[in-house]
Design a protein around this ligand. Structure first.
Ligand SMILES: [Zn+2]
Length: 430
């Protein structure tokens, strides 16, 4: 008989309770809201707590050269390659309690579940809590998964935070040093795969009544800067038919971006999120407008086609209104497909737990998994979150969804063991 989950043994309920515990001081750098920046006091306190939970779950816990917490649960043979299960422990300012942290805690619960039953595998399991995913302290994101994947750039080591504290100094405050930072890099042969459970941070699973989803890819992203130049003039004397109003043109362009984004597959999204109007004065016809365009899709070709359509539509609007348009690419991130074999195993695990075909979806948000894909095959499990809300203190999950996620993770690990090593894990009779 299946025992109901409790807070004492490995369970989704305990995972939620642990994330809630880590949502306030001393695990936050602010007593008003959750803010856990990389290498801050809240980060240090959280790592102490997480290390204790890892040890209790049968893992050897350590902090790596980049400030990531790593717990290792040995396989049947020492030095076996590791299945990495993880996510990030940092948060944005005034963030939610489950973004990132839930994936780390679910990793610990997964190991605890097997440890309680005496299961070992042909691979080790390592749970990793990345110190920085959000760009919570320095003006770049995914700094610490990039260190682990061995894809840091020289410019990453020269970073300083908003208060002018450099990465070297921040690391020293954590008992680490810049010279060793890149030493967090892992060898390919040591890592079997990377798996991340994360809240969806979007509304699709909830809208369609699914507790869990399997991620097929992390979206390709373009960010453009558009500058529309018209002619500024007196709002009282400039005849309407003689105007070259940069803002009116830009408004039409925003609607074109929205229309093109909405005309593709569901994972195609296009957004204008920022706009500056010059001179920005009530009695002057706007002469110049600068705005951002963000375009994402699960497949690069879909994104590129939408971006081409946007370029064409905006050029046509500019020509018709006799304003000039200057469009520059500011960011071009390729899509990261999740590994098909691992994702199939995850989909089977979800089906086993929920009894239904899993919802397959593209992640529009970036995750550590997209970086870890440079090192090893990756898979991602998404959990439904209330209203699709994230990066917000009202972020919420349901206990039963987290329990389902834990069961899917354990089913995935057992299936990976059979797929990799051909033998089922030894069942201990209870
Ligand atoms: Zn996250």
């Amino acid at each position: 008989m299946v025992k109901p989950p409790t807070r004492e043994a490995a369970s989704g309920l305990r995972a939620v309770a642990r994330c809630d515990e880590l949502g306030a001081v001393p695990y936050s750098d602010s007593d008003e809201h959750l803010f856990r920046p990389y290498l801050g006091a809240g980060h240090a306190a959280a790592l102490d707590r997480i290390a204790a939970w890892m040890t209790e779950a049968g893992m050897a816990a350590r902090i790596d050269a980049a400030g990531n917490i790593v717990g290792r649960y040995e396989g049947r043979h020492p030095d076996a390659p590791a299945l990495l299960i993880g996510s990030h422990v940092d948060s944005v300012r005034d963030g939610g309690r489950y973004d990132g942290m839930l994936g780390v805690i679910l990793g610990i619960e997964t190991v605890a579940w097997f440890a309680e039953r005496g299961h070992r595998f042909g691979f080790a399991i390592e749970v990793i809590g990345f110190g920085d995913e959000e760009g919570s302290r320095f003006p770049v994101s995914m700094l610490t998964s990039r260190a682990v994947a061995g894809v840091l750039g020289d410019q990453d080591l020269a970073l300083a935070d908003a208060a002018g504290v450099g990465l070297a100094e921040a690391l020293e405050g954590f008992g680490l040093d810049l010279a060793g930072f890149a030493g967090a890099a892992r060898q390919r042969g040591d890592v079997l795969a990377y798996v991340e459970a994360h809240i969806e941070q979007g509304p699709v699973l909830e809208a369609e009544g699914h507790a869990l989803g399997v991620v097929s890819a992390i979206a390709a992203q373009y960010r453009f800067r558009a500058v529309v130049t018209g002619t500024a003039g007196h709002a009282g004397t400039m005849a309407m038919r003689l105007r070259h109003d940069a803002l009116a043109a830009a408004a039409e362009m925003v609607l074109a971006v929205e229309r093109i984004g909405g005309a593709g597959p569901e994972d195609l999204v296009a957004t204008v999120g920022r706009m500056e109007v010059g001179p920005g004065v009530p009695n002057v016809v706007p002469g110049a407008v600068t705005f951002s365009i963000d375009v994402r899709a699960g497949r690069g070709a879909v994104r590129d086609r939408a971006a081409d359509e946007i370029r064409q539509a905006l050029a046509e609007i500019a020509a018709r209104r006799a304003v000039t348009l200057d469009l520059t690419v500011q960011q071009d991130l390729p899509a990261t497909p999740c590994d098909a074999g691992l994702s199939d195993l995850m989909a089977e695990a979800v089906r086993e737990v929920t009894g239904a075909a899993p919802r397959i979806l593209v992640s529009g948000a970036g995750h550590d998994a997209m970086v870890m894909a440079h090192l090893a095959p990756v898979a991602m499990l998404f959990l439904r979150c209330r209203g699709g809300i994230s990066h917000n203190p009202t972020e919420a999950v349901m206990d039963e969804d987290v329990q389902a996620a834990l069961e899917a993770m354990t089913a995935f690990v057992a299936r990976l063991d059979r797929a990799s090593f051909g033998a089922p894990p030894k069942e201990k009779e209870e």
